[in-house]
Design a protein around this ligand. Sequence first.
Ligand SMILES: Cc1cc2nc3c(=O)[nH]c(=O)nc-3n(C[C@H](O)[C@H](O)[C@H](O)COP(=O)(O)O)c2cc1C
Length: 391
Amino acid sequence: MPVTTAINYDDLRRMAKRRVPRIAFDFLEGGVDDEVGLTRNDDAFRKQTLMPHYMVDAAVPKLATELFGQTFAAPYGIAPTGGAALFRRGADLMLARAAQAANVPFIISGAATATMEDVAAVARDVSWYQLYLAKNRDISRDMVARADACGFSTLVLSVDVPGKVQRERNLRNGFSRPMRPTVSAKLEALMHPGWLVEYFLGTGMSASNWEKYAPKGATPDDVLDFLSSQFPTPSTWDDVAWIRKQWPRKFVIKGVLNPDDVARCVAMGVDGVMLSNHGGRQLDRAPSPLEVLPVVRDRFGEKIVVMFDSGIKRGSDIVTALSLGAQFCFVGRWTLFGVTAGADAGASHALGMIRTEVSSVMTQIGAPDVAALGSKFLMWGDGDLQRNARN
Ligand SMILES: Cc1cc2nc3c(=O)[nH]c(=O)nc-3n(C[C@H](O)[C@H](O)[C@H](O)COP(=O)(O)O)c2cc1C
């Protein structure tokens, strides 16, 4: 079935699930521990109600949004996702090209298969680099210099992977370093011959940005082992100061949830924070970023750019996050499902789908412009309609 027949997130998810073996799909979709974080992210959105304002002409809402001095076509972009080549050979570049064509930001993961130089060649205008610190900080220094040489506008430091976690679906499937698929995972993979051929004819999953630092002659698999020897390692405030000094353009910290951490980011001259719980993949009992967004926006919205990701599955989720005070949103799995299901066309279709949904919801609530979104479009959870007058 062509990927363009997918109507929504769930359709893309189903198509992606059919295409790849369970061992890959579980890595894509899964959370951590009991996976209550995934539900919490969903519930946080479901608790919100959008309040329509009729008799306003918002038939063709304007989605163009300025972020860090650059005008993007929409208030959302693609979050960094490592290991995407496991789902679709060449996925990183497919996502980058789709983002460039749609004029929305694309964040290349520090654990991507494509190199940052490859991404710069196809999507320099819209791409940001996401850094995972290495234990050997000389490697990180070099990566920052490479990102600078690539001309990326923004560097993102992800801080919410201070150590290894138990993703139990992965443990059950034998998805680990080194990879030890269980017999049942291997047998199940045989039901996906298209994926198997593509995977074994391609480079499989690697972390090409790290190749330069691995021992000479390292195979893609050796590079992954090298990455595992260097990462995860906790980022500290000293690292934040150190990177701030090296990086000349916009600097974003991804994965903060605690307002005190945001306060410190402001004090250290960080340009933006991305409130995120890593899509429920790191700390199962973490808050949903939607729960902390209003307080962060109230306290720091004038001092730092506040962005959001985790759990977005509908255009109305994006409109809700923007109305609660996020300046920009990012999606991880939505576009990953798209590219997994339908390669280049799937990545573009996912972005088009998001645009259609966001536009439609803005028309319905009477928001002619992204800049118009705010608390007046929400009915507060306590049912106090007076609070809609806040904005
Ligand atoms: C398969 C996968 C790989 C990811 N890899 C990274 C990564 O390399 N770096 C990072 O900062 N976040 C990573 N994330 C988290 C995303 O950037 C993002 O925070 C999350 O997917 C947002 O939630 P959503 O998938 O519900 O939209 C990954 C997420 C997924 C699903």
